[in-house]
Write a new protein. Structure first.
Length: 213
């Protein structure tokens, strides 16, 4: 009798560690990721950065679609984002010198929607945990408007920011809640200085047994 083959993820948690980083737009994901790369040896992959690179890549069939989704703050169809992430992980693993330490990936701004979380964990790799940066909208808005003075980003304007906040609350928070039910979230208050937030992150990681290299 024919059986349905089990879905096997491309990478095993026995070989790599995957940590997701979530938080509203402007909560400090990119900023804190840089600290975590420096001290914990993570390879940092930002879903937003990968999408922006794909948007301008010559020959990409998704350029216009990604541009429209990003400006509207909408979630790009998951097949595109997951393929970009999976390929970037494979590339990082082949270009990395062998090491005694299991490779660690910090995936920033992903999964932004429940279907992405399920699809990624089924086909790419189950995550070990999720860092959630918890930040009030007024703080995030002030940071984004300031970032918008120099970022050149199409979506760092008041209209796009409002839409992004809405999508975050309605679509991305359920992902955080789903991981919380599995006791896989380190939740950190993301107000205060960069150093203050980072100190809280380090404490939370230690409590989950993830330590600096
Ligand atoms: P995200 O990746 O979550 O959208 P960023 O890391 O890009 O957020 O941070 C948004 C903006 O806020 C950036 O201009 C960054 O320099 C600034 N920023 C980040 N963390 C803090 C903080 N703790 N205090 C003040 N400004 C911050
Ligand atoms: O994380 P970042 O703020 O760079 O994301 C910018 C935009 O990229 C999001 O507002 C969304 O339009 C798109 N994005 C997405 N799916 C993700 C991450 C980002 O569609 N997982
Ligand atoms: Mg970012």
């Amino acid at each position: 009798m024919a059986t349905t083959p089990e879905k096997t993820p491309r990478f095993s948690p026995a070989d790599i560690t995957v940590v997701f980083c979530l938080g509203g737009p402007g909560s400090g994901k990119g900023t804190q990721s840089a600290n975590l790369v420096r001290d914990y040896g993570f390879t940092h992959l930002s879903a937003g950065d990968l999408l922006r690179a794909e948007q301008v890549r010559e020959g990409s069939q998704y350029g216009d679609l990604i541009k429209t989704y990003i400006r509207e703050g909408k979630i790009v169809p998951m097949e595109i984002t997951v393929a970009l992430l999976s390929n970037a992980m494979a590339e990082a693993l082949t270009s990395k010198a062998p090491s005694a330490v299991k490779p660690r990936f910090l995936i920033d701004g992903f999964p932004r929607k429940l279907d992405q979380a399920v699809f990624f964990e089924d086909t790419v790799c189950p995550s070990q945990m999720t860092l959630f940066l918890d930040c009030p909208e007024e703080v995030m808005e002030a940071r984004l408007l300031k970032r918008g003075e120099t970022s050149g980003r199409d979506d760092d304007n008041a209209d796009s920011i409002r839409k992004r906040f809405r999508v975050f609350v309605e679509t991305s928070m359920p992902v955080v809640q789903a991981f919380e039910k599995q006791d896989k979230v380190v939740s950190v208050t993301a107000t205060g200085s960069v150093d203050e937030v980072y100190a809280r992150i380090r404490e939370g990681f230690q409590a989950k047994g993830v330590n600096p290299l």
